[in-house]
Design a protein around this ligand. Structure first.
Ligand code: PLP
Length: 365
């Protein structure tokens, strides 16, 4: 079986640079924080054009710290997509907030109409997810947010490097979260995350909360320990240099799959609207006969993943929320996608021509 994400192929390609960067950190006396972390924060802020970047221990922490900095209070409602990684909604619920689950469109992204229908007096904001590496519909979402006085937290865990209308993911909300988990398109060799914002006060608050709430020499707030270690920062500084190239290879791979599925009309492939540039964190396809097709493709040695097995509103961890059951009933598309979609390997070190040839043979009569 081929790897789903070819991390060892990527390491072989950058080995010298990565090994040198790691040794430098080990000899620097700054295992946590220090120059590598500071440089990464500065360069990312410049690359994305987002003002401030504050690194932390994971994408999940980036979401939690953002919600805390936004002042989320117990009982506040936050609208999230019903079809995303659990962390998006978990962060809201752990903070005592109530995640309200909006349906998604055929593009897997949060549906603005569904968001608007969920706005109540208790709604304080929404989390839009750049799922599978494509920006959500920000012009429409921002208009809804303005109309109702809501904030947007952009979950860009899968989106760093993608753009919409010339603006990079991580810059659309009042605040945004990134993940550097190894299999994300911009990944380290361990956990890591970052918060992006143009708002200096929010950035400062995140920084304080990530460091036990310490401000001006006193523990002003209840915070936590959430730091990026310097080895991960050094790895990310190397991978940053190759990110553009990797993104174009992901796009070339996507083109190969688009052509393949052009010949299999029962399988629908992603349509990226003009104005959006997608980084293909995943390449999701949909078909009514998913389980049978996945079985055939797997038998041919092509790994697949199902993201996600069910809408979040149906996960047991949200079963205590009465609203989750109500929301769930409306979210037909999220339910359908969880039954019909699966993802193919797409990273820059995947040979998509080889994968496509195997799939073609496996699916041909
Ligand atoms: C991966 C991911 C997260 C969480 O990131 P971690 O670094 O694994 O904590 C949050 N949201 C989405 C959409 C993700 O894909």
């Amino acid at each position: 079986m081929l790897p789903f994400v070819n991390l060892s192929g990527q390491y072989r390609a950058y080995r010298e640079e990565i090994d040198a960067a790691i040794s430098e950190v080990l000899g620097s006396g700054f295992p946590v924080g220090g120059p590598a972390v500071e440089t990464l924060e500065q360069l990312l802020a410049e690359d994305l054009g987002c003002g401030h970047v504050v690194t932390c221990a994971s994408g999940t922490d980036a979401l939690s710290l953002s919600l805390a900095a936004l002042g989320l209070k117990p009982g506040d409602e936050v609208i999230v997509p019903d079809y995303t990684f659990v962390a998006t909604a978990e962060a809201v619920a752990i903070a005592g907030g109530i995640p309200r689950f909006a349906d998604v469109g055929n593009d897997f992204l949060i549906s603005p109409n569904s968001v608007e229908a969920l706005v109540s007096e208790r709604t304080v904001g929404m989390i839009a997810v750049d799922l599978f590496g494509q920006c959500a519909d920000y012009p429409v979402l921002c208009a809804i947010a303005r109309r109702h006085g809501l904030w947007i937290l952009e979950d860009a865990a899968q989106g760093i490097g993608s753009s919409q209308g010339g603006k990079f993911a991580g810059t659309f909300g009042k605040i945004a979260a990134a993940s550097f988990y190894p299999t994300k398109p911009f990944g380290a060799y361990g956990d890591g995350g970052a918060v992006m914002t143009a708002d200096k006060v929010l950035a400062e608050r995140v920084k304080i909360l990530a460091s036990h709430g310490k401000s001006n020499g006193r523990y002003e707030f209840l915070g936590k320990n959430s730091r990026l270690d310097a080895v991960q920062a050094a790895v990310l500084l190397v991978k940053r240099k190759h990110l553009r190239e990797e993104i174009s290879r992901r796009n070339e791979n996507a083109k190969i799959y688009d052509e393949l599925f052009g010949d299999f009309p029962e399988i629908s492939s992603p349509k990226i609207p003009s104005g959006n540039s997608c980084i293909y964190a995943q390449y999701p396809v949909c078909t009514k006969a998913r389980d049978e097709i996945v079985q055939k493709i797997s038998a041919a040695g092509v790994p697949t993943r199902i993201y996600y097995e069910r809408p979040l509103s149906e996960e047991p961890c949200f079963a205590h929320l009465k609203t989750a059951r109500e929301d769930s009933r409306r979210n037909e598309n999220a339910r359908r996608l969880s039954k019909e979609s699966f993802c193919l390997p797409i990273c820059a070190f995947t040979d998509a021509s080889e994968v496509a040839a195997k799939i073609r043979t496996a699916l041909s009569p």
